[in-house]
Structures are given as C-alpha cells and as structure tokens.
Design a protein around this ligand. Structure first.
Ligand code: DLL
Length: 434
C-alpha cells in the first residue's frame, strides 16, 4: 500500500517545486532562530533571500557531527524548549552524544516516514509489530513503535535483549512483523533454531524492518530463509529523525528516501563537490520540514549513491543504494580501503559459514595485520585444522579478489563470536590506541 500517494509518487517537477518552497522556509528559520547558522551564513556572505530554489542548496554551509557536538545539547534548536516534546540521542564512540529534539509536528512527520515504509510492505491494522529495537535514547524503539501506532497495528514493545522471551512472545502473541537490527534478527533466528519449544513453523512472522547498521544482500537472503519472512531495509539517523528517513518498498531494490521531508545530496567527501548522478559518495541531508532542529546539509558520513530510475512500485521518490559503510567505519589496511560490509558480502556467499564475523586490525613490525574470525556451521565444523582448510581457501580467495588484501582467517566454533542485541560491533582496530 502507498500511504501518502501524493508525496511518494509526486512527479519530479512538482517535487522540486515543493522542495524549493520548503528549503526557502527552512533556511529562513535557520537564519533567524539559530545563531550557529546565522554566523555560518554571514561568514559565507549568504542571506536567506539568496536561496530562491532547491538549485541554490549548494551555496549553503554544511553541518557536521562536530558542529552538533560543539552545540551540545540544544544549540541548534530553532524553537523554545516549551515546544519540544521528545529528546533522543545517539551514543557515538567518543565524547558527548549527538542530540535530536522534536516538536509534536516533528514526531508526527517521523512516524509518517517510518509508517510509509511499513505500509509499503503491507503492514496494517491487525498486524502485531514486535519492536525489538532498543527503547530509550536510541530512536529505533520509539520510532518503529509510533509508526506501528499510526497504522493502527498492535504495538508490541519488547525492546532488545532477553531473546528466549522474545521468541516465546513472538509465538504466543502471533507477531507478524519484526523490527530490530539485522544482526539481532540473525541472532533471534539462531535462538529459534536451537529452541525446544518454539519452531519456525509456529511463527506468524511475515516481514521484518531491519536497519540502524549496514547489512548486505547475503544477510538479507540469510534472514529471509531462516525466519521465513521478507526482510526490508529501513534507514534513518537521529539528526533527521530516527528510522523512516527512507526504506525499501516491496520490490526490495533500493531505499526510497522521503524527499518531501529530507533533501538528499551525494558529495565527494574530499572535495565537498556534488558527485555525478549515480556516483558513490557521502550522503548529505537537509531537513525540509523539521521544526525543533532544522539541519542544513548534514554530512552523514554514510557512503552510498542515488538511483533516479523509475521504480516498479510507482513511487517517484529517489532510491538510495545499500550503504557501503560510514566513512569512519572504513579501515585502511596496508593502504587499501576496506569496509566491514565487503567482508560480510564475501562471507555470506559461502553456505558453510554463519554470517557472524569479527575483524581485528593491528600493526606489528610496521605492518598492518588483518585477522578475521568466522564460524563454520555445526554440520561443517571440526576442530581439526586440516578439515577446516577446504573451507578457508575459497573464502580467502574471494576476500583477496574483492578487497585486495590477504586476511588471516580463524575458524571459530559455532556460537563463539559474540552476538549483539543492537548495532553489531564487527571491528577492533587496535592501531587506534597505539
Ligand atoms: O540508527 C536510526 C535507525 C533506527 C535506523 C532503526 C533504522 C532502524 P542513529 O543511531 O543516529 O540512528 O544512527 C544513524 O546508522 O548514519 C547509518 O550509518 C546507520 N544506519 C541506519 N540505518 C541504516 C541502514 C539510527 N538501513 C546511522 N543501513 C546512520 C545502513 C544504517 N546503515
């Protein structure tokens, strides 16, 4: 179902007109209400009147994660605190969290963004939506919760963790929809497979909305087979709203971005110039409707590309390719750029392995080391190294051909690699602490 046909299927010309109107308003508000933006624009010699259409967006300043941290907690807010009804934050790896504040209208817009994604895959009244994203400062839990509420579906706020109980409730309550990180969904699939009391056939699950971390087509195949569901990619970030900045439709061929709400650009992260259409680069968003914390040209650090071809679903909203990773997740090993998602892609091509992996990068004798822990499934596992060799060699060759560097592969027992209930941690780069 298309929840908001007028917006999701608007012709490109009308969309640009709408985006222009909304951008002009946003820039005006930023300039008038947020000293940070006024300073930045004054420094660049730009006045709100200079922005006459969406084509002028390149003249505006960027906003970075550093800016958000410098303005912590509420420096970028454009409304009085009395208008704010919710505060979220994303933890980040260092220092202060990145904060997102929301008015009542912001929450309604966010719920619609996420509900558009759920509706596209048929979620409706009567569905039981098990929200196994964490509830709290993280936007995953409440974001999926409010979207389910908007569609009149049943909200089942299990939050993340306590996996045995999750699957018991999934069976007893008849959950039809699962929302969690893809890595946690994989863990739940394993817990179901091991369970004496819950069998896959007992479950009514039909679709899952997975996001908050990069994942691959291989992982999708795995989740769809093991949970017997359709696995849908949902994207978002605290700085815009949470989950629901965009998501896949039933054709699962790229994430539609809700361009009436968030204007996407792809830039070259080194030159900061716009990329050619279809080229990979850094995703940048300008919020077009946000009240509490409007953001101009926010550099997400997510690397992807935009696809403007028509989608079979009838939506005209631009599609985003899978996120390769964040620029800060990129490892430079022996001079070569490597993303964890590339390793996941290789790994999931080999059915003998589980999709679990952990990368350790270090520097020894002035040379980078690249160790990869993987698990063989129980039916293939043997502690005898000579019996592991036939599995290691093809994976090794595949990784060398994809990323160009040689990993030291270590086979672990099934279940040995730590599972996560939220965003998975796949890398320990020990060089950062040297
Ligand atoms: O992760 C919001 C979210 C919750 C999205 C639940 C989807 C589902 P943050 O914690 O602020 O917000 O992290 C945002 O997570 O910039 C991406 O790097 C990554 N990310 C989010 N969704 C996807 C996805 C939430 N579908 C950061 N694919 C973003 C790849 C994703 N990466």
């Amino acid at each position: 179902m298309i929840l908001n046909r007028a917006m999701e299927c608007m012709d490109r010309e009308s969309m640009r007109k709408l985006q222009s109107e909304r951008l002009i308003e946003t820039v005006k508000r930023c300039y008038e209400k947020v000293p940070f933006y006024r300073r930045k624009m004054d420094k660049m010699g730009i006045k709100p009147e200079d922005i006459r259409s969406i084509d002028d967006i390149h003249r505006l300043p960027f906003t970075t994660k550093h800016d958000l941290r410098d303005e912590y907690p509420f420096g970028l807010q454009a409304v009085p605190q009395s208008e704010v009804v919710r505060i979220h934050a994303s933890s980040g790896t260092t220092g202060k969290p990145v904060v997102g504040t929301y008015t009542k209208n912001d929450l309604a817009m966010w719920a619609e963004g996420a509900a558009r994604v759920m509706a596209a895959s048929g979620v409706t009244k009567g569905d039981i939506v098990q929200v196994s994203y964490g509830y709290g400062l993280f936007t995953g839990g409440l974001g999926a919760h409010d979207a389910a509420g908007l569609l009149g579906a049943v909200q089942l706020p299990t939050s993340a963790g306590n996996s045995e109980k999750q699957i018991m409730l999934m069976k007893d309550f008849g959950s039809t929809v699962l929302c969690c990180t893809p890595s946690y969904a994989l863990h739940l699939a394993e817990v179901i497979e091991k369970s004496e009391t819950v069998k896959k056939e007992d479950l009514k699950l039909k679709v899952g909305f997975f996001g908050a971390e990069p994942w691959t087509e291989g992982m999708r195949k795995e989740l769809q087979e093991r949970l017997g569901i359709k696995a849908i990619d949902i994207y978002g970030l605290t700085e815009m709203c949470g989950p629901g900045v965009g998501g896949e439709c039933e054709y699962q061929n790229g994430t539609h971005l809700w361009e009436d709400l968030f204007y996407p650009e792809i830039i070259n992260p080194d030159t900061l110039e716009p990329c050619e259409p279809g080229e990979f680069g850094e995703l940048v968003f300008t919020s077009l409707c946000k009240e509490a914390m409007p953001i101009l040209r926010y550099r997400t650090r997510d690397l992807t590309r935009l696809i403007y071809d028509k989608c079979e679903c009838g939506r005209t909203a631009v599609r985003m390719d899978r996120i390769l990773g964040r620029s800060d997740d990129m490892m430079i090993i022996r001079g070569v750029n490597v993303f964890p998602s590339q390793i996941e892609t290789c790994l999931t091509e080999f059915p003998a392995f589980t999709a679990q992996y952990f990368i350790t990068v270090d520097r020894k004798n002035n040379e980078d080391t690249f160790d990869l822990d993987v698990e063989l499934r129980s039916e293939y596992f043997s502690p005898n190294p000579s019996k592991q060799m036939p599995y290691i060699k093809p994976l090794y060759d595949r990784i060398v051909s994809m990323v160009g560097i040689k990993p030291n592969i270590h086979i672990k027992e099934p279940g040995a690699i730590q599972r996560s209930i939220g965003k998975a941690k796949h890398v320990n780069d020990k060089r950062k602490f040297q």
